[in-house]
Design a protein around this ligand. Structure first.
Ligand code: CIR
Length: 255
């Protein structure tokens, strides 16, 4: 069960966020509204939500998932691979928020880079995607930290996606949404894989929240497959965040 969530309100500079999508720039007012709906959906799942203030100097700072890994034992502050995002990881208000919940806070150090959108938690085990943002040194440090707390981790090769969780979502009970390159990855063979079609690949970025699964709006086949598994579904529109490669998981830290 998750008890707590941390989010950060999008800033008016969100239109300058990093992107590989060719879908235009996010509209600030719409992004704000979608973010409010996201917080409402999270609240419905019974968690306590800490809402941090926007940071104009960091257009991507609403994607808080990337700056910390929150485990059952400790929080680990990452070192983002994207230069424009590197200093997001040590913002004082985020540290303060994490200190409210965690006695132990660890840090990824140079030359390691890691963005926690590349990390998927399955119980006490963590899969770490080696992406353009997360390097081997970062993954090695992370695994070492996890092991020092009795947790474990393993690195996963990846080639196409921005982040590991761009194409994977663990829905507990051994159920795993898989898209694109992860459909055939040997690491995930043991799961009950729910394959997401190419035309709905963005919809693979869902989040399991206690009895609910939050699904992005506009992916009916994904929604149907999740409902068929017996989950209660909440739908949230993330179209403005999609324009800068962000999705549901990216917008929160859940622990
Ligand atoms: C970036 O490129 O860093 C942001 N525009 C999107 C980050 C998405 N985060 C995630 O997948 N965890």
């Amino acid at each position: 069960m998750f008890k707590n969530v941390i989010v950060r309100v999008p800033s008016k500079t969100i239109s300058e966020g990093l992107t590989s999508a060719d879908e235009g720039k996010p509209i600030y007012s719409k992004a704000l509204m979608q973010h409010e709906n996201y917080v409402s959906a999270l609240t419905k799942t019974g968690v306590n939500v800490t809402v941090l203030e926007p940071k104009d100097e960091f257009p991507d700072a609403c994607f808080v998932e990337d700056v910390a890994l929150c485990t059952s034992k400790c929080a680990i502050i990452t070192r983002p691979g994207a230069m424009s995002r590197r200093k997001e990881a040590a913002l004082p208000d985020m540290l303060e928020a994490l200190e409210n919940f965690y006695e132990h806070i660890e840090y990824i150090k140079e030359p390691g880079t890691i963005e926690a959108g590349d990390i998927m938690m399955v119980g006490d085990h963590f899969y770490i995607g080696l992406s353009e943002r997360t390097n081997q040194a970062g993954a090695d440090q992370m695994i070492q930290i996890l092991e020092s707390y009795g947790l474990s981790g393993q690195a996963v090769e990846m080639k196409e996606m921005l982040h590991l969780k761009t194409g994977l979502a663990y829905l507990e009970n051994n159920n795993l949404l898989v898209a694109g390159e992860f459909k055939t990855a040997p690491e995930f063979e043991k799961f009950n894989k729910i394959e997401i079609d190419m035309d709905e690949a963005y919809g693979a970025n869902c989040i399991w929240m206690n009895d609910y699964v939050i699904v992005p709006e506009g992916y009916p086949k994904v929604q149907e497959k999740i409902e068929a598994l017996g989950y209660k579904v909440l739908v949230v529109d993330t179209s403005e965040f999609r324009k800068i490669d962000g999705g549901l998981s990216c917008l929160s830290l859940r622990f």
